[in-house]
Write a protein that binds this ligand. Structure first.
Ligand code: DGI
Ligand code: FE
Ligand code: FE
Length: 188
């Protein structure tokens, strides 16, 4: 199963993105060990999370339309934000993975969302702490991920927001809702 997915994925992604996907797989396994999840499912979600990442903006918009994804204002001007939602549908219809956890983990891996499941959170955080990431503060978050999972998620979300704000990019409402939800469940 995993091997077949890897073969197909290799044809869809450039080398850098394929290596990233394998790195996220490794990080997700490490994080997943702390919880009682089906590791096979975690592996599939991690491998496929960026399967739509190498599609051009116009291709993402066409596929979003094809799959009935409602493209909002922010996604219209930042179509790369659709690589999660479109990737979720590709995993279902191109890779034949019919699983709600995997679908949602891929769908929301860029923005996060409120009421995320732990399965979704594992993929979100694994993507963030993957060994190929080298932005400022990533080492601290890598360490925190195994000490305090929830806090590491908040740190990742904060880091993403800081990045987006510094570049004067629009913030997707799901990213804000994700952060508020993390703060509130942390009792802050
Ligand atoms: O696909 P990856 O690079 O592995 O990682 P990702 O899917 O988490 O995407 C990271 C990018 O997404 C990064 O450039 C920040 C951006 N991003 C995350 N949330 C938002 C966002 N960009 C905008 N404009 N708005 C957001 O809310
Ligand atoms: Fe991504
Ligand atoms: Fe990624």
């Amino acid at each position: 199963m995993i091997h077949k997915i890897e073969q197909k994925l290799k044809e869809m992604l450039d080398e850098k993105r394929y290596i990233h996907s394998k790195n996220v797989l490794k990080a997700a396994i490490e994080l997943g060990k702390n919880f009682n999840f089906d590791l096979e499912k975690i592996k599939i979600a991690a491998l496929l999370h960026d399967c739509a990442k190498n599609l051009r903006d116009d291709e993402l918009l066409i596929k979003a339309y094809k799959y009935g994804i409602i493209v909002d204002e922010i996604q219209k001007i930042q179509p790369f934000l659709l690589h999660g939602p479109v990737g979720a549908y590709l995993s279902k219809f191109e890779f034949g993975i019919d699983d709600e956890d995997i679908f949602n983990a891929i769908y929301y891996h860029t923005t996060g969302r409120k009421d995320m499941t732990i399965f979704e959170e594992i993929i979100y955080l694994a993507d963030f702490i993957s060994i190929d990431r080298n932005f400022e503060g990533v080492e601290e978050i890598r360490k925190k991920a195994f000490e305090n999972f929830e806090e590491a998620l908040l740190m990742s979300c904060n880091s993403t927001l800081t990045y987006v704000i510094n570049r004067n990019l629009p913030i997707h409402p799901l990213t804000i809702e994700f952060r508020n939800w993390l703060l509130m469940k942390g009792g802050k």
